[in-house]
Design a protein. Structure first.
Length: 313
């Protein structure tokens, strides 16, 4: 087990190194740079000072090794657009906001989706099954921004129950996160309900379920011990990559609800060719994505003992 974990951790670092290197050179292949428009009307000497400050006057190879050296020391550098602000500082400020909204949407979406999927599977061919499938189709077909504006109209304009826009931290700010959480989770509810229904129906058709029923195993015990755990494997596979996106979030939802999160900063960084910001966000998102895949493999072995993630010595 230790050998497997060490091997996976080394693979994770190598993968992240390759991603960082690839993104570093790819974003510099795009014509222009973030300082071109900012320093366009400045004297030539001041332009040189700008480029020298951020190391853009050096060759690409020197810039790469300089960046990797600073990154190894824990320094992601300074933003080229948000002058005077470090990448680490921006991430620390914006990430918790996006993370809160997205974690809430994942928890609500997965929980509701699994419950609806289980109900639909156990009531196959009946009205609860048709209702769940209607919700699933609607959730896939309706974009999140349409759901967001609909919720704003119904719960704010029509009934004045929740604030339309804004964000506040802490427990008192929970009401500001309800609408964006619902808007983001509607699609997750639909996807998880549909997949969990199919997964449960597949498990229910297995021979060992028929054996358990013949032995008089109760409905709840069979659903938990036999159906639930085995049907969760495809759901965990879907959940891993979704968790990786908790910091990036949805820039559309963040824009609609005026949430000062990470998603909008990511889009602005790409549009403005903010090299250091793009690299900093790439490290965070890809690092979390790689780690989530590792955790998925670990959970496979815990949920289903038949799956071996390492060989016994």
């Amino acid at each position: 087990m230790k050998r497997y974990i060490v091997k996976r951790v080394l693979t994770m670092f190598i993968t992240l190194f390759i991603v960082i290197t690839g993104v570093f050179f790819i974003i510099r292949l795009v014509p222009g740079d973030p300082l071109a428009s900012m320093a366009r009307n400045l004297p030539e000497q001041i332009k040189k000072n700008f480029y020298a400050k951020y190391g853009l006057d050096k060759s690409l190879i020197i810039q790469y090794f300089s960046y990797m050296k600073e990154l190894f020391l824990g320094n992601m550098g300074e933003s080229l657009v948000y002058t005077g602000r470090t990448i680490s500082g921006i991430i620390k400020t914006a990430s918790p906001v996006s993370a809160r909204i997205n974690i809430q949407s994942i928890l609500f979406g997965v929980g509701s989706g699994l419950l609806l999927g289980l109900i639909a599977a156990t009531k196959k061919g009946k009205w609860p099954d048709y209702l769940v499938m209607f919700i699933a189709i609607s959730g896939v077909a309706i974009p999140s921004f349409v759901m967001a504006t609909t919720l704003q109209y119904l719960l704010t304009v029509k009934f004045n129950l929740l604030p339309t826009i804004g964000y506040k931290a802490g427990i008192k700010g929970l009401k500001y996160t309800i609408l964006p959480t619902l808007a983001l989770s509607f699609g997750s509810i639909a996807v998880y309900a549909r997949y969990f229904r199919a997964s449960v129906l597949d498990v229910l058709s297995q021979d060992y379920i028929l054996t358990a029923r013949s032995k008089g195993v109760s409905g709840f015990r069979m659903a938990w011990n036999h159906v639930g755990k085995n049907a969760l494997l495809p759901i965990i596979t879907m959940l891993g990559p979704q968790i990786a996106g908790i910091f990036v979030g949805s820039f559309v939802i963040e824009s609609i609800f005026a949430i000062p999160g990470f998603g909008q900063i990511y889009v602005d960084a790409i549009n403005n060719r903010d090299f250091t910001m793009i690299l900093g966000q790439t490290i965070l998102v890809n690092g979390l994505y790689i780690f989530s895949l590792f955790m998925v493999d670990m959970l496979y072995g815990l949920i289903d003992p038949r799956i071996k993630i390492f060989k016994k010595e």
